[in-house]
Structure formats: structure tokens, C-alpha cells
Design a protein around this ligand. Structure first.
Ligand SMILES: Nc1ncnc2c1ncn2[C@@H]1O[C@H](COP(=O)(O)OP(=O)(O)O)[C@@H](O)[C@H]1O
Ligand SMILES: [Mg+2]
Length: 276
């Protein structure tokens, strides 16, 4: 029996789209340590989904697996129902699944604007022979990219620093620049690793505002790892909780916050942190 036959047996499933992103029984060990341990969860199209859990729960490793930076030992990663577990990071990126890093990775000796112009993947200008054979098309794409970059900078309120070296930006501005680099790629889903860390209140508000606006206006789906509970509670629904490499709980933010197993996982993590 094929998968589609199975699906058609369960009435409502027929009319539903598959989740935009799904991991199934994902596993990754480092030596003897099971960083991600047969973890399964789904991210529905259009949501701002939170991924929380104590330090060492496997959240960043899950991001690295999903985005192709490390290979799973086993399990599936489905984007729109298609397995992407074997793809390289650039191939995953080209399919519209983008991520930021816990520590921003800007090109410090280039201007903010140049950082954005570097991004677009798969544009014909990347190939030198296109520049020879089809200069008009390449020029057209370059001016389109420039217009897009300027629009992105305006959107993120970074226009005033567009000629500044990226290295000279504040920590929060670097995070906005990272978001800008993703927007250049027309992402469908953005994975954010601790966007609030090391960011001042004002910029945090601006990041929250940007995430909400991008979800609302452009239909971009978000999956974000975050320790700042205020941010998670005000921004995310649903919230997925990871602990010891697995999904421990999932639900609306309030329900998750009051879940006993979740509280215990955090207390255990804190105890382990102070004891070790
Ligand atoms: N490259 C690696 N080599 C060895 N151990 C790793 C590596 N990356 C992560 N780990 C370990 O895997 C576990 C999960 O880490 P991580 O995914 O960073 O957790 P989280 O992001 O939830 O804090 C931790 O015990 C961490 O030390
Ligand atoms: Mg982490």
C-alpha cells in the first residue's frame, strides 16, 4: 500500500496540506552522547513556532540537522513532504529554508549593503559565462537585486547604516542584518537561534515586530529557539519543548508553561548546571 492510499483512508487528511516542516524520528549522536534522540515534531505553514528546552536539550543540533550542516544518523526531515535530510546547506537554503546562527556571521569588512548583495543563490550572475553571453539579463538581475536589497534595508530600518562596515554594527543590528540576508533569498521558513540573546530592549522590540510583520504580510513561517520566556510567550504559538534530545511537550504557550514535566525538565537542567 502506498502512502497516498493510507492518507486517503483517514477522511480529513485528504484536504489537509502536509506540514511545511516535519522531522520524524530524527537522531544524532556525538560519540556516546545522544544529542537528538528519535525526535519528532511538525511546523505548520504560517505559524511562529517556538522551540524551547533546557541547555543541552538538542535544539541547536536539531537546527543544524534540519539545515543540512550536519547529517542525521537516522530519521527524516520533510520540507513540504519531501525529504531534505541528504541535501547540502546551500541546497536547503535554495528551497527556502533559511536560518540564523546563535552568533551572527556577517562579513565584517564589507558594507551592510554588500552583505545583502552577496546573498541571492542561483542567480545567473554567479556564473561568469552568463556575464559574457547574456550581459543584459545579468545587468537586469543585478539592478533587481540592488532594488531588493535597498527595500530589505528600509524594511528592517537599517538604511542609515547601508555603507557602514558590517563589523561596526551593534550586536542587535547584526541580527537584523542576518535577517536581511535571509529575506534576500525569499524564504518560506526561517529558523532563528536565540534572536533575543544579547540584544537591547529597543532592538528586541524591533526584531519581534519584524517577525510578526513578516509572518502576517509575507506568509513566512518561523521556528525559533529562545530562552527569553517573555518573548516566547508573546510571540510563539505553538511552543515545542525539547529535553534530552526529544520532544517533551507541545501546545499553547500558557499550557506549556504550566506543564509539570516541562517545569521539572527546567529545574533538572538548572540543578545540573549549578552542580556541574
Ligand atoms: N559538535 C558537537 N560535538 C560534540 N557534542 C556536541 C556537539 N554539538 C552539540 N553537542 C552536545 O550535544 C548536546 C546538545 O547540544 P545543543 O544542541 O547545542 O543543545 P541546546 O541548543 O538545546 O542547548 C549537548 O550536550 C552538547 O554538548
Ligand atoms: Mg543552542
Amino acid at each position: 500500500m502506498t502512502d497516498s492510499t493510507v492518507t486517503s483512508l483517514s477522511g480529513t487528511a485528504l484536504s489537509q496540506r502536509p506540514p511545511l516542516l516535519e522531522v520524524r524520528d530524527l537522531a544524532k549522536s556525538f560519540g556516546g552522547l545522544r544529542a537528538v534522540d528519535r525526535c519528532s515534531f511538525q511546523v505548520q505553514q504560517g505559524t511562529i513556532t517556538g522551540l524551547i528546552g533546557p541547555n543541552g536539550a538538542g535544539k541547536t543540533t536539531a537546527f543544524n540537522l534540519i539545515t543540512g550542516f550536519i547529517r542525521p544518523d537516522s530519521g527524516q526531515i520533510l520540507l513540504d513532504g519531501q525529504d531534505i535530510a541528504h541535501l547540502r546547506p546551500d541546497q536547503v537554503f535554495a528551497r527556502g529554508l533559511c536560518r540564523t546562527f546563535q552568533i551572527p556571521r556577517e562579513h565584517g569588512t564589507m558594507s551592510v549593503l554588500e552583505n545583502l548583495l552577496l546573498v541571492p543563490a542561483g542567480q545567473s550572475g554567479e556564473y561568469w559565462w552568463n556575464a559574457l553571453l547574456r550581459p543584459a539579463q545579468v545587468r537586469a538581475e543585478e539592478s533587481t537585486n540592488l532594488a531588493k536589497a535597498l527595500e530589505v534595508l528600509d524594511y528592517l530600518q537599517l538604511s542609515h547604516v547601508k555603507y557602514e562596515y558590517a563589523a561596526n554594527l551593534s550586536g542587535g543590528q547584526k541580527k537584523l542584518l542576518e535577517m536581511g540576508r535571509m529575506l534576500m533569498a525569499d524564504p518560506r521558513i526561517i529558523l532563528l537561534d536565540e534572536p533575543a540573546a544579547g540584544v537591547n530592549r529597543t532592538l528586541l522590540q524591533s526584531i519581534i515586530h519584524n517577525i510578526q510583520a513578516l509572518a502576517r504580510d509575507r506568509g513566512i513561517t518561523f521556528l525559533l529557539i529562545e530562552h527569553d520566556m517573555n518573548m516566547v510567550m508573546s510571540l510563539c504559538n505553538p511552543v515545542i519543548v525539547m529535553s534530552e534530545g526529544r520532544k517533551l511537550a507541545e501546545g499553547e504557550p500558557e499550557a506549556v508553561r504550566n506543564n509539570r514535566a516541562v517545569l521539572e525538565a527546567y529545574l533538572g537542567g538548572q540543578y545540573a548546571a549549578t552542580a556541574g
